[in-house]
Write a protein that binds this ligand. Structure first.
Ligand SMILES: [Zn+2]
Length: 239
């Protein structure tokens, strides 16, 4: 069946009864529980078994009474577990993915039920495509709310991470080479065979290495033994 991909904010009454697909995070996943979809009621007067399709979470008895033609009594009935059809259900909240800037975004969620074989397929906090029938349940005080009876859970393929380095940025190896060159120049110009850190920072900044990165690189080079600090303000190359 063709399912309509919808965002929770776009759900409308015209979608009730339709198969919809919603992308969202799985939250508040509950413990699974059994639900009757077809309940077998045995008439205690004649023994006949009437089957009643159940579409909600409240058990409905045969409302026209015993289906046995000559009986037709309104009960009492006994629910026969073995003759009934029971499925597993798990409560879950689907939380809409946030794509808009936070201040423009109102969190949207929909109460949902993982039905039958989809029980256990969703992990808390993970994002999935949930497909199922959009319906409503009584939210009390005469209000209804939308619910999704999920019959399909699909993993969302993780998008390949966007390379974080800009094409113009230097590789670490290039940065270290630049650092070494600058330290040598500053050191050679000093006449005292050591480089002022301030001058090194200034020089490498012109080469595109910011102060914080330069500090980290110097720290690494010291750890490797390529540099020593002669005092708090100067460094010397060990090569
Ligand atoms: Zn009967």
């Amino acid at each position: 069946m063709e399912s309509l991909e919808l965002q929770i904010k776009d759900i409308r009454s015209e979608h009730i009864g339709e198969q919809v697909k919603i992308k969202g995070r799985a939250l508040n996943i509950g413990t699974q529980y059994p639900v009757y979809t077809r309940a077998a009621y045995q008439c205690l007067r004649c023994g006949h078994i009437s089957y009643v399709e159940q579409d909600g979470f409240k058990l409905e008895e045969p409302y026209t009474g015993c289906e046995e033609e000559t009986c037709g009594k309104k009960g009492p009935f006994k629910l026969i577990l073995k003759e009934s059809t029971i499925i597993d259900v798990q409560n879950i909240i689907i939380l809409e993915e946030i794509t808009a800037p936070a201040r423009e975004c109102i969190l949207k969620s929909i109460k949902s039920f993982l039905m039958r074989s989809t029980v256990g397929l969703a992990l808390e906090g993970e994002t999935y495509y949930f497909t199922g029938k959009l319906s409503t349940i009584d939210a009390g005080k005469g209000k209804l709310e939308y619910v999704l009876y999920i019959d399909k859970v699909e993993n969302v393929l993780k998008e390949a991470p966007v390379p974080s380095s800009e094409p113009t940025s230097m590789s670490i190896r290039n940065r270290i080479r630049t650092m070494k060159d600058c330290i040598k120049k500053v050191s050679d110009n000093s006449g005292i065979n050591k480089a002022s850190l301030d001058e090194v920072y200034k020089m490498v900044e012109e080469e595109g290495i910011d102060r914080k990165t330069a500090e980290e690189l110097i720290k690494k080079m010291k750890q490797k033994g390529d540099l020593i600090a002669t005092d708090q303000l100067h460094i010397r190359s060990t090569h």
